[in-house]
Design a protein around this ligand. Structure first.
Ligand code: CP
Length: 311
């Protein structure tokens, strides 16, 4: 399937393109589990990571994914760059483009920055998270992970719990799951559940209502304190009591065999208790592993307009 130049959100991907990416990620996952983990399709290409916000998983898994495909990788460290001297995003991109990079992987606190950069460069731009707008490769790795454990997504029930309003993960993951035919329900403090969510996304008022819906996956979100300008619930203790996976709820979840997912980083004692991390159906580490395969599929599929031809 012909690749696009950029990956900026899930919304603009067709179901065929999503299925192609998920199918392509499968063989890549097999490859990275072998002793020789490298293949040559991006040999001679240069990948640059440009993160204006912190990241553990996304930045390092893009770096590993690019190296597995034989690309060269440069990690641009914003905090020690001329950005701190006031250099604009566009001037930074012009400078980096002059260095002939082929892929720019960007994370920024403001929604729309990756789109702006994509219009300004011949390199392929991948959105690695922009404000509360989108995190498309998180959506892809989540869909890949659920498909791996449950099979086709049609009719599957996934409950997303937490700060839906400020979460780019909730936006991208709920969209890809619905595009693939899953049912998505949401639960969290009232002000953190967007009123303009898609009408086919069910909303719950209590954890018991979530359980009554019989979800196959409970997807927990981190409270995005860095994106909240006001306090939406009395305390973290109260949040845990009402919306967290407590020991009691974990017992119920274990009894029903419900899977638990979380994009990371987790806040232990807030959205989940320690026991969730060792629960046999917690998929958090599998999500991280699958992130490399999903990002390899994206890098393999995109077509930069930088001139150098892929071998
Ligand atoms: N899931 C996610 O985006 O994690 P990082 O912030 O560590 O990249």
């Amino acid at each position: 399937m012909n690749g696009r130049k950029d990956l900026l959100d899930i919304e603009s991907l067709s179901v065929e393109e999503i299925n192609y990416l998920l199918e392509t990620a499968g063989p890549f996952k097999n490859l990275i589990r072998q002793s020789v983990k490298k293949m040559p399709p991006l040999r001679g290409r240069h990948v640059l990571t440009l993160f204006y916000e912190p990241s553990t998983r996304t930045r390092s898994s893009f770096e590993i994914a690019a190296k597995r495909l034989s690309a060269d990788v440069t990690n641009f460290t914003v905090s020690t760059s001329s950005v701190v001297k006031g250099e604009s995003i566009i001037d930074t991109i012009d400078t980096l483009q002059a260095m002939q990079v082929d892929y720019i992987i960007v994370r920024h606190g403001a929604a729309g920055v990756p789109n702006l950069i994509a219009k300004h460069t011949r390199a392929s731009v991948i959105n690695a998270g922009d404000g509360h707008h989108a995190h498309p490769t998180q959506g892809l790795l989540d869909a890949f992970t659920i498909k791996e454990v449950l099979g086709p997504l049609t009719g599957r029930r996934i409950a997303i719990i937490g700060d839906i309003q400020h979460s780019r993960v909730a936006r991208s993951t709920s969209m890809i799951l619905r595009k693939l035919g899953a049912q998505v329900g949401v639960f969290g403090p009232g002000p953190l559940i967007p009123e303009d969510r898609h009408p086919d996304m069910q909303s719950f008022r209590t954890f018991d209502e979530v359980f009554d819906w019989q979800p196959e996956v409970i997807y927990l979100l981190r409270i995005q304190t860095e994106r909240q300008k006001e306090q939406f619930f009395p305390s973290l203790h109260e949040y845990h009591r009402l919306y967290g996976v407590t020991d009691e709820r974990l017992n119920y979840i274990r009894g029903k065999g419900i899977y638990i997912m979380h994009p990371g980083p987790v806040n232990r004692g807030v959205e989940l208790v320690d026991g969730v991390m060792t629960y046999e159906r917690t998929l958090i580490n599998l999500q991280v592993e699958n992130g490399i395969a999903a990002r390899m599929a994206v890098l393999y599929w995109l077509q930069p307009e930088t001139g150098s031809q892929r071998e």
